[in-house]
Design a binder for this molecule. Sequence first.
Ligand SMILES: [Zn+2]
Length: 66
Amino acid sequence: MSLDSFLVDVLACPCPSHSPLRVRETDVECEQCATRFPIRNGIPVMLIDDATPGPRGIGAVIGDSR
Ligand SMILES: [Zn+2]
């Protein structure tokens, strides 16, 4: 099992849908709300305070225009 698939299995976004995260080079990104969490020393930092919210905010689903 690769590190990436391990991380994806373990991690979930803190947003209400607890969506899977996409592992990228320097951060992980929620597939639902596009909130990004930095990876520091190879470990994703799953703290809201350190997160970069997605375009519609943490927990807001992209594409839901209502
Ligand atoms: Zn999310």
